[in-house]
Design a protein around this ligand. Sequence first.
Ligand code: DOR
Ligand code: ZN
Length: 348
Amino acid sequence: MTDTLTIPRPDDWHLHLRDGDMLKGVVAHTAEHFARAIIMPNLVPPVVTGADAAAYRDRILAALPASMTFEPLMTLYLTEATEADDVAQAHASGLVKAVKLYPAGATTNSQSGVSNFDNVQGVLERMAEIGLPLCVHGEVTDADIDIFDREAVFIDRVLDPLRKRVPGLRVVMEHVTTADAVAYVQTDTSGNLAATITTHHLIINRNHILAGGIRPHYYCLPVAKREKHRLALRAAACAGDERFFLGTDSAPHTDAAKLLPCGCAGIFTAPNTMSCLAHVFEEDGALARLEGFASRNGPAFYRLPVNSEEMRLTRQSEPVRYPELVETGAGNVTVFDPGFDLFWRVGP
Ligand code: DOR
Ligand code: ZN
């Protein structure tokens, strides 16, 4: 049995770092393992302009322990007031690597998102021209659409028409959760479509959230679906298809904010993601493909170099222990519990 694996240092192509005390408490957990991450802009207020992104980037770097290197890849939050020139300038300067589309009301802090897509057509056309990717939270928000169907309906009603209206637009479907999304990406022939998959969606299905008691720490958006969808995600991640890559969507909320009658959506996977992934890929006989998923396919889509440093993973005979929670100045944040022992350890 293989018991060591050396891969280029991975990147996280979808990450929430928050701000203030929470940022200070969580950033090192990502920087410890990942060289770069696409930083989600759903702060309050959101990161909308190039100037907002530059200031947020500085706050992230200031919160990083001096001994660590980590490159935040900034994104802008698309609103109906976003200006194409500002986006293009922020991209040209190298600061911004993607623009994020949240349908209004879809998830945490998405009130400023897009309702009328006619109002963002100009920005999207400019993005297609300059090759700047659009990262998409792919869920419709209509109250009459069942929450478990919202991703599949989004593809038909919003994403596919949008991609037809803006030919050449490069799109990342974020945190896909359904066989429908996997199939949509697999059957695309444009070369302009990719998808991120989270660690937790490879591991949990909706039973983990709801059967035998409600488990708020497994609640995120898009919500985990039934088992056949989890298996489709596993197959896509482990197949070696370059269009699928890691975006953890590690989304810290304090326990106080999670454990409420109406708790927040988000799962904090930054500390143990690589151990979980090695377990998943090994279980599916695809350990050699973890490198593509975590370290190569993302840079290829984003047209960035693969990291030159390496990460070594070692399979040990005793379980690796991760803390159950991380204490931050904002409060305690529970770390994702995969529900099984982890044996793959990151490090020398
Ligand atoms: O579970 C989620 N949490 N999904 C999202 O789309 C947003 C994120 C957050 O910001 O907490
Ligand atoms: Zn997210």
